[in-house]
Each structure stands twice: as C-alpha cells, then as structure tokens.
Design a protein around this ligand. Structure first.
Ligand code: ZN
Length: 223
C-alpha cells in the first residue's frame, strides 16, 4: 500500500445507520476501531473522506427497498459524534449506494493525488461494496479495513469482504496493520522516499488497470 497516495473512505457512519432508522448493533461495535483508524490517518496526513447518504425526502429510489433514512439536513444524516468530523476531513454527499455515483468523489480523489482507497463503514456487502466497485472500475487500488466495516449479519459481512477481495482484488488489513503502515511510512522519511511513493509520477488510468490485472494474475499464480 502506498500510504502517501491513500485516502480513507468512511461510508455511511451516520446516526440513522448506527442508532437510528436503520440501526445496526454491529455498526456500533466497529466505532472504536474506526475512530482509531481516522485518528491515525489524520496524524499521518492521510485524507479522511466521509461518503454520506444525503437523501431527498420522498424522492430517492432507495426508499423503495429501505424506507426513508438519512434525509439531507436531518440528525439521521449526520456523522455519528464518536467519529468527530474534523475541519480537514472531506464530506461527499450521495443519494445512491455508491459514493461515486453522481458525486464529485472521483474529482476530489484525483485532486488529492489519491490512487488507493481504504474502505471502512457500513455495510460491507452494500454501500461499501458498491463504492469499492466504482473505485476499482475507475482505476483505484482497493484496501478494506476488516475491523472497521461490517453488515447487519456475520454472513453478509463475510460475503462483502470475500467479494471485495475476489472481484476487485482488494487487500484486506486490520486497523492496526494499516496504522502500522502509516507509522512506518511517516517514520522512514517524513514522506520523501521511494517507499512512500512521494515524487513518483502517478500512473495513468490505463496503467492502474494493468497494475490491478497483473497483481491479480500474480496472486492466482502463487496460490
Ligand atoms: Zn441510503
């Protein structure tokens, strides 16, 4: 993982998803680990981007399936207080499962020089998965923080992680493994050596695809 070109994507860690309309106890359980990851990322200068449902009342398609939730401007659509939205964090409102669908997330990531997204939040097999799908298709490397994402059930969680790994070539790490990478990176050079990727030309979109494909081939070969 090139931590100098990474960003954390926090999907739907909102009041309605954790304690409100779509309450999820397993979502509440990942809050401490998620907070730890965000804290470490902010200290290491890794951007933290919240991809937040901000639905239009009475209009959005998702209500057909889930009922009304996370209406823009309401308490339910706010980031849970435990994750302490900071001034330097970014917020990308969305009206569908994917954080990329009709939002400016891709533009933001490109302006920040990001080539690797670290997926966290809810739900591993739904909005996290759909966001990871678009990230992969747009050429980003996908990493998933396994103890900072979850679903309503263990079965759905495991399915989500498996899908990300198999279909998008996602690398799966725990929060402590990710933080260890941040620390190693910041400690070696302050962000100015080849290991951190600083100073390297960002690959073009076509090169990202080649990188992903060759990595997957390699994995298949060695397994
Ligand atoms: Zn929604």
């Amino acid at each position: 993982m090139e931590t100098n070109h990474a960003a954390i994507l926090v999907v739907d860690m909102l009041n309605d998803f954790v304690t409100g309309a779509l309450k999820c106890d397993r979502g509440l359980a990942i809050v401490p680990k998620t907070a730890e990851l965000l804290d470490g990322a902010r200290k290491a200068g890794v951007p933290v981007i919240f991809c937040n449902d901000a639905h239009l009342k009475g209009i959005d398609r998702e209500f057909e399936v889930w009922g009304e939730h996370a209406i823009a401007g309401t308490h339910g659509a706010e980031v849970i207080p435990e994750l302490g939205l900071c001034e330097k964090d970014y917020v990308v409102p969305k009206r569908r499962y994917s954080g990329f669908f009709h939002t400016d997330l891709d533009l933001l990531l490109r302006e920040l020089g990001v080539n690797t997204v670290i997926m966290t939040g809810l739900h591993a097999h739904m909005c996290v998965r759909h966001t990871a799908a678009d990230a992969f298709q747009l050429g980003y490397h996908v990493v998933v923080a396994t103890d900072a994402t979850d679903s309503f059930t263990e079965e759905d969680y495991l399915y989500g992680i498996k899908y990300l790994k198999e279909v998008y070539g996602a690398e799966a790490y725990t929060v402590s493994e990710i933080l260890d990478q941040f620390e190693r990176c910041a400690g070696c050079c302050g962000g100015d050596c080849a290991a951190c990727g600083e100073g390297e030309e960002l690959p073009t979109e076509a090169e990202y695809v080649v990188l992903n494909v060759s990595k997957k081939r390699h994995k298949i070969r060695i397994n």
